[in-house]
Design a protein around this ligand. Sequence first.
Ligand SMILES: [Fe+2]
Length: 401
Amino acid sequence: MIKKVDVSDLRLGMYIHDLNRDWVEHPFLRNRFLVQSPRDLERVRELGARYVYIDTELGQDLPNPTPFRTVDRTLEDTLQDLGRTLKRTTPLVSVQEEIRQAKHVVKEANIMVHDILQDCRLGKQVELEKTQPLVTSITESIFRNPDALVSLLRIKQADKYTYQHSVAVGTLLISFCRALDIGRTEIELAGIGGLLHDIGKMKIPRYILNKPGKLSEREFALMQQHVAEGRLVLENTPGISPISINIAAEHHEHYDGSGYPLGLKGDEISRFGQMAAIVDVYDALTSQRVYHAGAEPTAVLKQLLECCGQHFDMPLVHSFIRTVGIYPVGALVKLENDDLAVVVEQHHEDLLHPKVKAIFNSRLRSFIRPRDYDLSKPSCHQRIVCFEIPSRWRIEPYAYL
Ligand SMILES: [Fe+2]
């Protein structure tokens, strides 16, 4: 963005777009340049112009001292470094082998969580024993291959969002626990907490819950009540564990104390509560809904990294990146040859070079005969250039898994 700034506000690192002076009048070779030294600053001031124009895309901005591009580049580097060093657990079966079973689990999970949430809206008690077989089958699918089930959970329908998001948070939490080598009993308790983390929303008026636009201050305050309401519902559920209650009670707390409802800080928030906060944000931002494309997973991972120390604990965020990987299965990516490809399998030891299936050529705007690439093979000369939004190309990536 081109901005007009007072010369007295000019700082090192800003990029001059226009000195507001005819070039012959000043000692600089070019009208456009980066202010790199105190001498540059002095010379600009000596020109006597009151204002100059800066390009905030190419240099620093005011009042924010760090330009967006620098931040993004640093986060990208961090993510790439993590991709090189983090290792994932070896799956027992391939995504292709697990996907059929995973589709069945998602279907069952959506029906069950929908029913539990509806019962709660009607004032009925949560029947915890109903969740146990479901959590067990989710956990078993995750242990066989986490990418199959997780890849299916990104797509959500607007009217089914609350319970589909609940299933996704429960599943991602189970996967996160597994990556941290947490014991099987605790994993399942965390899974139950994830499935029920937003149960308090059933006590919030529907018009607020389904409001498409921005909530007013009063409506937002009411919405925030879902955390306290959820805690109350679960505390009155026979047989529920403290792990599950903590997840519902703490999933909107922030590491630096800026969250709600209690403003808990650091270790005052249980480990499971901290994990739930990360998972909740990741799923909400990456979800593909009708009229809402969902952010690219790597963009969201960068956002999580950016919030380390404020909203989240850094080692936990790193572990979460290990959980989901850098290029999640089911994502659509563009390759160097302009082909669009679906990520079909991640390598547990090489998160930056997954297996992909090329299906469409973006230059020709037409489908091509599917072609498999293993980007980790030295003989493979293709490279991922960027993520693509599937709806933009009318592509359904999940049909290719
Ligand atoms: Fe929530």
